[in-house]
Design a protein around this ligand. Structure first.
Ligand code: Q9C
Ligand code: ZN
Length: 717
């Protein structure tokens, strides 16, 4: 069990054989560079490697018409000139013939170390046409789905080309020949009997092909964000806008988030996940998540012109891994800046492998244009999703201006080349910072657990280490001194281990930890852990206290500690850094609280470390606590210390698995939030939004509409 990586070298054969500036970016090096980087980082070696197979014509027929499949098969008997003419019948597509001479560069790259299948019956070489490559791309995706749904792997990535999401039932489009992800979704339904599949299309282009295929199908929830610019960006479709929600029984199962400006960054993508995709995804409760994983949405990509750093894809992946019991299949789509494509692929695979995601760079403040898009898609989807109802729905400010009624593309905007140059410059400026982050070694220990003698018999999840070390007794006593609850011998022993864990986390030896504390000692232990964290030089410390834990009275309110009390008596923001929310009753309320309050605050605060403490009466289901812990790994680069009362083996085990990177158990169909819980959240958000911009789901001032950059006041500065 682990992460599957599906690939086949034959997919590097098809390439453009004539002059076409629109098509040349979809080149074989995209795959070889990504694979080499995975190997160099030691990530490929950690995966279960599978050689891709070809999809059968029956499998292609799950989505495509027999005539279309026959047409693509027929390209094998055409010469270069005929293929060029045929390619011209589609929008931005090229076909490659059988047996064209192999370009020299494929010899330069070391062949992949995977076992390759035999080259066909009787040793005849496999025909290396677009038909062959495209069947391998679809087949690789099916193999990945089989591996995940049979339990051979938890999750995985299919490294494929040609890409798929623009391909339609009877048409190739935008470099795509067969719609790999759509075929896989249909296959998962028919062969594996699934009923609910989520497709997350984070490629920078709209996967209109996938949208058309599932627009009336309620068993497939299709989410896509895409560069749109009010319809002035390819493929210039009216139906890429936020008000397209699907048809017939499929109404509400197509979710479009159009970006109307370039330059979207980490805060915009994370906000889109927290405020749009994830509430719907939890309510949908998918059995499988397919990612149309295009990396043309990363900084430096010539197509996307966005500013998201590669690390963001680790976070997006992590956020999806809490769904569908972690059954996540990522399938390559676009991505045209070779170096950043490779880097982003590595980040995705790291997250699939369960490694903590590096912290996100830059101020976490979504831009006005992103907020306007988020607001519009939430308004369009609200009639179809309980999780969006009764929430603070501000009226949508402006109707979609400049909707593309007239289809023909306008001339390219002036300064497009300048934009490419600016993006390249931004990449250069970021490089030093990126390298620093990337080369930050992962702590040797991912998860350590400190138990009291009461819990010593607990069976640890595989890979989780026992924390035996302790701070010296005298030192521990000195730190414990103000607290009566800590004089008892057992409490002191537990505290010594907590201090040692905190040192390990902030010193980079341990990523995350769990510590059991004797009854009644949790609040005091938390207080000491906070002081130790500050003493060790933490600049920002997030404390999430669940269930009747008093905030230490002397805690400084200088912005170094964000205290979030879940299960407080009432919704109150005593200051920007002291927030209390009642414990939500229903699963729906809990999810609103986590996605709409806790995580936006956590991502906005960018803490060095997160402390989660579960008090004497946490009042949360173990599965909810596990979800909370697992989602809090993101904002602090995986540095989480969980404190839990002893004698709760189930809860302790669930937290250990969550912090170790295991998918939390499914929450199942979720009940709607109570009106009181919704009201409490609304009240808090109104108060806090001006200061914590990640909470926003709507544009507040018309002025912010103009800004595409996170230059607003960042809360932590
Ligand atoms: N002037 C994928 O990323 N660009 N396809 C067309 C027309 C097409 C992208 C520009 C880009 C296709 C999978
Ligand atoms: Zn794309």
């Amino acid at each position: 069990m682990g992460t599957a990586l599906v690939y086949h070298e034959d997919m590097t054969v098809a390439r453009l054989l004539w002059d076409d500036p629109e098509c040349e970016m979809e080149c074989p090096e995209r795959l070889t560079v990504a694979l080499e980087q995975l190997q160099r980082r030691g990530l490929e070696q950690r995966c279960l490697r599978l050689a891709a197979r070809e999809a059968s014509e029956a499998e292609l027929g799950l989505v495509h018409s027999p005539e279309y499949v026959a047409m693509v098969r027929g390209t094998q008997s055409l010469g270069k000139g005929e293929l060029q003419a045929l390619s011209g019948q589609y929008d931005t597509v090229y076909f490659h013939p059988v047996g064209a001479p192999q370009p020299a560069f494929t010899k330069l790259h070391t062949p992949c170390s995977m076992p390759l299948p035999s080259t066909g019956s009787f040793g005849t070489p496999t025909p290396q046409s677009t038909f062959h490559c495209a069947r391998l791309a679809a087949g690789a995706t099916l193999q990945l789905v089989d591996a995940v749904l049979t339990g051979a792997a938890h999750n995985g990535l299919a490294l494929v080309r040609p890409p798929g999401h623009h391909s339609q039932r009877t048409a190739a489009n935008g470099f795509c020949v067969f719609n790999n992800v759509a075929i896989a979704a249909e296959y998962a339904k028919q062969k594996h009997g699934l009923h609910r599949i989520l497709i997350v299309d984070w490629d920078v282009h709209h996967g209109q092909g996938t949208q058309y295929i599932f627009e009336d199908d309620p068993s497939v929830l299709y989410f896509s964000w895409h560069r749109y610019e009010h319809g002035r960006f390819w493929p210039y479709l009216r139906e890429s806008d936020a008000d397209e929600v699907g048809r017939g029984h499929g109404r509400g199962f197509t979710v479009n988030l159009p970006w109307n400006q370039v330059g979207m960054g980490n805060a915009d993508y994370v906000a889109a996940f927290l405020h749009v995709l994830l509430p719907l995804a939890f309510e949908f409760d998918p059995e499988l998540v397919l990612i149309s994983a295009g990396f043309d949405s990363v900084i430096g990509d010539p197509e996307g012109q966005m500013r998201v750093t590669p690390e963001c894809f680790a976070h997006l992946t992590q956020l999806l891994l809490v769904l569908a019991r972690g059954r996540v299949c990522a399938v390559l789509e676009g991505g045209y800046h070779l170096e950043l494509l490779a880097e982003s692929v590595c980040m995705t695979v790291q997250a699939l492998l369960g490694d903590p995601a590096p912290p996100l760079l830059g101020a976490m403040v979504p831009c006005g244009s992103a907020l306007e898009s988020i607001q519009r898609v939430r308004a369009a989807q609200a009639p179809h999703w309980t999780s969006l109802q009764h929430q603070d729905m501000a009226p949508v400010l402006s109707p979609s201006i400049g909707s593309p009624e007239a289809r023909p593309p306008p001339p390219p905007p002036a300064g497009a080349e300048y934009m490419v140059a600016a993006a390249a410059e931004a990449v250069e400026a970021l490089r030093a910072l990126l390298d620093q982050l990337r080369l930050r070694p992962l702590p040797p220990v991912r998860t350590a657990i400190a138990l009291t003698s009461t819990d010593a018999a607990l069976v640890l999840p595989p890979g989780v280490l026992h924390q035996e070390g302790s701070a010296p007794r005298e030192e521990t006593e000195a730190w414990a001194r103000p607290h009566e609850a800590l004089v008892r011998n057992e409490a002191l022993t537990a505290l010594g281990k907590v201090l040692n864990l905190m040192d390990g986390i902030l010193g980079g030896q341990v990523s995350s930890g769990i510590a059991a504390t004797p009854a009644l000692a949790t609040a005091a232990t938390l207080d000491v852990a906070i002081r130790r964290g500050l003493y060790l030089g933490a600049q920002r410390l997030l404390c999430v206290a669940v269930g009747q834990l008093q905030r230490p009275p002397h805690l400084s309110d200088d912005g170094r500690i964000l205290w979030l009390d879940i299960g407080g008596p009432e919704a109150a923001a005593l200051s920007m850094f002291h927030i209390s929310v009642p414990l939500p009753g229903a699963t729906g309320g809990l999810l609103n609280c986590v996605l709409g309050l806790v995580l936006p605050l956590a991502y906005g605060f960018q803490p060095d470390v997160v402390l989660v403490a579960l008090g004497p009466a946490p009042g949360l289901h173990d599965s909810h606590s596990a979800l909370l812990a697992s989602m809090l790994r993101g904002p602090a680069g995986g540095r989480v210390l969980a404190l839990v009362q002893e004698s709760k083996p189930q809860l302790t085990g669930a937290l250990a698995r969550a912090l170790h990177g295991e998918a939390p158990p499914s929450l199942g169909p979720c009940s709607a939030a109570s009106p009181e819980d919704t009201q409490a959240l609304k009240h808090l958000r109104e108060q806090l939004e001006p200061k914590w911009r990640m909470l926003q789901v709507a544009v507040t001032s018309p002025g912010s509409l103009q800004s595409a950059e996170g230059e607003q006041f960042a809360p932590q500065n």
